[in-house]
Write a protein that binds this ligand. Structure first.
Ligand SMILES: CC/C=C\C/C=C\CCCC/C=C/C(=O)SCCNC(=O)CCNC(=O)[C@H](O)C(C)(C)COP(=O)(O)OP(=O)(O)OC[C@H]1O[C@@H](n2cnc3c(N)ncnc32)[C@H](O)[C@@H]1OP(=O)(O)O
Length: 271
């Protein structure tokens, strides 16, 4: 079990993080909180259109969630909460078997945490904001659904984490980057993110990926295991659907229980 010095992390959040994060982006507070509403399933209601929901088949077994937070799918607290609610609703709906996660934006899957949310905020506010992201990631990671990330653009830091929470990751070819650049931004990697990365990549590669903070091209991401497949952009969704169809062919109960047993150990990690 990883030991974390919580006092050190707390001091870091209080004193250093807000300045580092905003210096990294060279931005002030450009939070844009207005979004459309667009769910088309009666049992899915995120309360916003930060995530668009599409049914993929007549049986309602496959759902496509499209992140829709312009301009770069930065994970606002409202987005994190909407995602958490949607995934929980889908988990509770026995008809749903699989989930594809992608983005409405042409070149960005997700830019990760909303760095502007850290600017000028109190310790408690930042802590609360982080916890909305962590809850969303845990909910996706442990969802009973089969999950595929269809990465149609940059997947940076928290964006890469969202993809790592999925069982399978397909990335579009293109001039995109995928990586965990937290150490470059100035965020010490939380133990739970490291644990998820080790789970997906293995310890040795995860350490290299995390400690370098490197942003990988799709091909490089494939080599280190951040993604499982790289495909032409036009094929991304169809390939993801084919993978998902194969995943959900397996008996629901043994699959669900095995996923739970494999993944629940990792929930002990927090900061
Ligand atoms: C101690 C810690 C304890 C507990 C932690 C608990 C949880 C931690 C979670 C795990 C750690 C996760 C960390 C993060 O996610 S940090 C975020 C790091 N993200 C980045 O570094 C990405 C930065 N962005 C980019 O690289 C590019 O924007 C991107 C995505 C490649 C797209 O490029 P492009 O299409 O050219 O677009 P622009 O760069 O011009 O950006 C357009 C617009 O968006 C603003 N923006 C970009 N990224 C963010 C962001 N992450 N948050 C907020 N805003 C962002 C950018 O400033 C531009 O705004 P403008 O007003 O100028 O138009």
């Amino acid at each position: 079990m990883v030991k974390v010095n919580v006092d050190m992390a707390s001091s870091f959040i209080r004193a250093v993080l807000p300045r580092l994060a905003c210096r990294h982006l060279k931005i002030g507070n450009n939070c844009n909180g207005r979004y459309l509403y667009g769910c088309n399933k009666r049992w899915v209601s995120s309360g916003s259109d930060l995530v668009q929901v599409e049914q993929d088949d007549s049986d309602n077994e496959i759902v496509v969630l499209k992140m829709n937070v312009k301009p770069v799918n930065a994970c606002t607290a409202e987005f994190n909460n909407a995602m958490t609610k949607l995934i929980k609703d889908l988990d509770a709906d026995e008809q749903s078997k699989g989930l594809i996660l992608t983005s409405t934006l042409p070149n960005v899957f997700s830019a990760g945490l909303q760095l502007t949310a850290l600017h000028g905020k109190s310790y408690d506010e930042i802590k609360e904001y982080f916890s909305t992201f962590q809850t969303m990631a845990h909910t996706l990671f442990t969802s009973r659904l089969a999950t595929v990330a269809a990465i149609n653009g940059h997947a940076i830091a928290g964006g890469c984490v969202i993809a790592l929470c999925c069982e399978y990751r397909v990335m579009a070819e293109g001039k995109f980057h995928n990586g965990l650049n937290e150490v470059i931004v100035g965020i010490p990697m939380p133990a739970w993110v490291s644990a998820y990365t080790v789970y997906a990549l293995g310890t040795n590669t995860a350490e290299k990926v995390i400690l370098s903070g490197k942003k990988h091209t799709p091909r490089e991401a494939l080599q280190v295991g951040l993604v499982d497949q790289v495909v032409p952009p036009d094929d991304l969704i169809q390939v993801s659907k084919n993978i998902l169809s194969d995943l959900i062919k397996v008996g629901d109960y043994p699959r669900r229980l095995s996923k739970e047993r494999l993944r629940k150990e990792l929930l002990m990690f927090s900061l």
